[in-house]
Design a protein around this ligand. Structure first.
Ligand SMILES: Cc1cc2nc3c(=O)[nH]c(=O)nc-3n(C[C@H](O)[C@H](O)[C@H](O)COP(=O)(O)O)c2cc1C
Length: 194
């Protein structure tokens, strides 16, 4: 298990196709979900839930994606359709993080959405901590109402991400990160030095 700080300093996403078998075991999936549900949650609203896609169910979900794809692109070529069918079957395990944020008398919806993002990121980090690779993607089908209906999302629910998890086929190369002086400032009393 990598050191926590080292993991946080070096984590990188891999493409879904770069995440191979084996994927997490049933016990590891339970651990991932337990960790993902341990995030800050103003008002304890539990404004998120998870959908696990593994094994043959990934291609069954692919059929749902294909049905929506065919409506959007009726003239699509068979090879494109097959690519769509495999969308959720590229990695051994995909976990959808579903935001259940909604209007609330006290807790802003924005904060509920942020909590779903925190759950997704915890899922990514926990997968890495277990020695797997992970990537957080949405792609077009996360925003397609037909797909959302077929996956059982209610009208107000949204996909925060499809977290793809598997064994990395190679070590990822890093990408440039923003220099701290471009993204962080220190508040200095409005610059008044008198
Ligand atoms: C909400 C959300 C949705 C994303 N959706 C996609 C996506 O559909 N396709 C994609 O290539 N990357 C997507 N990304 C970006 C990747 O998760 C990843 O951050 C990016 O490839 C950079 O790699 P890194 O995590 O190693 O910095 C998304 C990120 C977030 C936060």
């Amino acid at each position: 298990m990598p050191d926590a700080l080292e993991l946080l300093k070096t984590r990188r996403s891999l493409k879904p196709v770069e995440l191979a078998e084996p994927g997490p075991s049933a016990a590891e999936i339970d651990m991932l979900l337990t960790i993902a549900s341990r995030v800050p949650d103003h008002g304890k609203l539990i404004p998120w839930r998870f959908i696990v896609f593994e094994g043959a169910a990934r291609l069954a979900a692919g059929d749902v994606i294909v049905a929506a794809f065919r409506v959007k692109y009726p003239q699509s070529k068979p090879e494109h359709v097959e690519t769509e069918r495999k969308r959720l079957a590229r990695a051994p395990l995909v976990i959808a993080v579903v935001s259940r944020a909604g209007a609330h008398v006290k807790i802003p919806e924005w904060e509920q959405v942020l909590s779903a993002g925190a759950a997704a990121m915890s899922l990514v980090l926990a997968a890495h901590a277990l020695g797997y690779g992970a990537t957080w993607i949405t792609e077009w089908y996360a925003y397609d109402r037909r797909v959302l209906d077929a996956l059982g999302l209610k009208e107000h629910e949204r996909i925060a991400g499809f977290i793809h998890i598997g064994t990395p086929v190679h070590a990822p190369e890093d990408r440039p990160r923003p220099p701290l002086n471009e993204i962080a400032t220190r508040f200095t009393n409005g610059g008044d030095s008198s």
